[in-house]
Design a protein around this ligand. Structure first.
Ligand SMILES: C[S@@+](CC[C@H](N)C(=O)[O-])C[C@H]1O[C@@H](n2cnc3c(N)ncnc32)[C@H](O)[C@@H]1O
Length: 224
């Protein structure tokens, strides 16, 4: 299922990042979602007015590939939503792998918990309820990969918090770093915060960064 077609935007000014036909072609020629994830997308779409926050199969496939390439076993995710990316990442982990996923919204927590209970990956996922700004301190490392996909105003805060918990050579994957292209001329506070985060990462001697124009922009941030 090609998500951007059903993506309902909430009045953000949008600069198309890549041609929709190219995005569809890329999705058609990349790792497919499991049946379980297809059902999760449909049930999320039925339960909620907007599901444009869901990462989708191109970013999800990229996460799976990175997990396998880095031999990751322990993952931290900020922003669970209905559980798509947590299950997608868990599918790529070995049997003893673990994804901690942090969510503050009660409705999304409950939807995700329902999806996790039914999931073939349930033993590999731990949902941590509450504001990640606080719960992040309760979770002990060492992590191999950290997926930043929530609380977009505070990506810098999370990088500073999680870097000590990330193994050397481990990856932070930050989604939506192009914010529909608005980082080029940031006007609203979210675009400004993400643009500032991107500027800060490229100057940060603790990490190496590659910003990929995949979907809404994905930064690969490697701890040196
Ligand atoms: C883009 S969505 C995550 C999508 C999810 N990774 C997926 O692929 O389905 C961002 C989520 O972060 C959550 N969020 C935002 N701020 C948060 C915070 N401070 N603590 C925990 N969760 C937060 C939102 O409620 C939302 O569900």
């Amino acid at each position: 299922m090609y998500l951007p077609i059903m993506k309902k935007h909430r009045g953000k000014p949008i600069i198309p990042i890549s041609d929709q036909r190219i995005e569809e072609y890329a999705e058609d020629h990349s790792i497919k979602d499991s049946e379980e994830l297809r059902i999760l997308i449909e049930s999320s779409d039925e339960a909620l007015e907007y599901i444009d926050m869901l990462s989708g199969s191109t970013v999800g496939g990229l996460l799976q590939m990175l997990i396998k390439l880095t031999g990751s076993k322990k993952i931290l995710e900020i922003g669970t939503f209905t559980g798509y990316s947590a299950i997608k990442m868990a599918e790529a982990l070995p049997e003893d792998g673990l994804v901690y996923t942090l969510e503050m919204n009660k409705k999304y927590q409950d939807l995700a918990a329902g999806h996790f209970e039914k999931s073939a990956q349930r033993e590999k996922i731990k949902l941590i309820r509450g504001n990640a700004q606080k719960t992040i301190d309760l979770i002990e490392g060492e992590f191999d990969l950290i997926y930043l996909d929530g609380d977009k105003l505070r990506y810098q805060f999370y990088v500073d918090k999680v870097l000590p918990k990330l193994r050397k050579g481990g990856l932070i994957v930050a989604d939506n770093v192009l914010w529909d292209g608005t980082v080029l001329q940031p006007e609203d506070h979210k675009a400004q915060a993400i643009a500032e985060f991107n500027r800060s990462m490229i100057k940060d001697p603790r990490v190496e960064v590659v910003l990929l124009p995949v979907r809404d922009g994905v930064s690969l941030i490697r701890k040196v």
